[in-house]
Design a binder for this molecule. Structure first.
Ligand code: HEM
Length: 203
């Protein structure tokens, strides 16, 4: 029962996260493009029904995921079985910090948690040594977790070699996407002129 609910909640979260990651990739076309995509996308996920549902799913996912890690501690065998637990553990940590930071920024600091909110920590004068791996690993962990889950779902339909190759490819794509987003937000491809209210250190 808990596994079924974990998969159902994963489906809801994945729909959001895949669009959220697409939103961040749009930043390759510029800050305006990112903000305008987010403004349209918010019309869906910031509604009174979707946002509480999404946040409840994230909370449930963290709780159920940690339960699975604890229950199967020491019993996992093979690379993908371990990768699933490690990526899930990181996602639990990331989701708690990330959502708390976004809600704090929005409700306590009164900020528009847009492109600049995410880019602030990545600027050279801020804390890139923390935020670059923090965000890159989050995207890589999401794709790794998805790859391991799909590999298990399709275990009887394809050969182990085909499943391993596909899962490995999805994990590699996740890492490349994570690096692309982080380098974009860091200001590698264009200047990121942070408005004063977003600066974590002197701007
Ligand atoms: C490079 C990676 C990421 C960056 C820069 C980033 C940035 C952001 C920003 C700026 C927001 C605020 C959105 C808004 O104000 O409408 C947000 C919200 C959120 N992010 Fe991320 N995110 C990243 C990756 C992820 C990943 C991998 C996940 C999940 C596994 C995730 C889950 C969420 C959730 C659940 C919210 C809250 C949505 C809401 O209710 O407003 N994010 N993120």
């Amino acid at each position: 029962m808990l596994h079924t609910l974990h998969r159902l909640s994963a489906l809801i979260i994945s729909l959001y996260v895949l669009s959220h990651i697409t939103n961040h990739l749009v930043a390759l076309s510029g800050i305006e493009a990112h903000i305008s995509f987010m403004q349209s996308f918010r019309q869906i996920y910031r509604t009174q029904i979707i946002e509480p549902l999404l946040l409840a799913c994230a909370l449930f996912q963290v709780g159920s995921g940690i339960t699975f890690i604890v229950k199967r501690w020491g019993q996992r065998r093979g690379f993908f079985d371990h990768a699933q637990a490690v990526s899930g553990g990181y996602l639990a940590f990331f989701l708690m910090f990330h959502i708390s930071a976004v809600m704090y920024g929005r409700l306590v600091q009164g900020l528009d948690t847009n492109f600049f909110f995410a880019a602030a920590g990545l600027q050279p004068q801020a804390y890139p040594l923390f935020f670059a791996p923090y965000y890159t690993l989050a995207v890589a962990a999401f794709f790794t977790h998805l790859a391991c889950g799909l590999r298990w779902i399709f275990r009887e339909k394809f050969s182990t070699a085909a499943l391993d190759r596909s899962a490995g490819a999805v994990m590699a794509v996740g890492l490349v996407i994570g690096l692309t987003i982080v380098t974009t937000f860091s200001g590698t491809y264009y200047l990121v002129p942070l408005p004063e209210e977003y600066c974590l250190t002197a701007c």
